[in-house]
Design a protein around this ligand. Sequence first.
Ligand code: SF4
Length: 226
Amino acid sequence: MHSRKDILNDAKKMLEYYQALGFDSLPISTRAFSNAKVVSAGGKDERLLAVREEIGDCNRCKLSQGRKNIVFGVGNAGARLMFIGEAPGKEEDLQGEPFVGEAGVLLTRLIEKMGFKREDVYIANIIKCRPPLNRDPEEDEINTCRPFLDRQIEVIAPEFIITLGRIALMTLMNNNKIRITAARGNFFEYKGIPVMPTFHPAYLLRNPKDKWLTWSDVKKVLERMA
Ligand code: SF4
């Protein structure tokens, strides 16, 4: 349970974040987030574990050769909201968990500003093993690994998906002509689940002025959730 000090610290961090984004006051009511309940996992943990066991010590594609760890995914199997990124980076490969590097810190801050804790949502990548030198995943690698992500989504059955960056969006939508700059901020659909594309946190680290755009994208999700 959060102590009074934790709650005050959280509130202070939230206000500082909005201030950094240029707000003089809170842009939307935080009451909306109180309805963003986390649903119970109800057997989904076991089903996710079965997917992980099926992956095993996978060598189905060439990315197995250079990886240290398979980065399956992390979070609440009963999550209402799922984030999907591209592929593990160096830190993720070392720790076996998605979004734990610098970009991960930014994603965690975004999740918290949305009114969740990191463990309330589910975070996964299109590809489970790190591509060498963080290059883009190749088509054969995506095609081989993608079914595992589809199964994760099927088990979790989130109410909303937020894709992070170009590759995650193109892959989930099966459309390699789609452009993140044009698509972000607009709802798409994956098997009946609303999908909101936004920028990858690594891009936001390089282009901090666009954090504002990402906030406006995820705000649309929050408004629908509420
Ligand atoms: S990226 Fe996916 S398909 Fe390729 S080795 Fe890793 S887990 Fe297997």
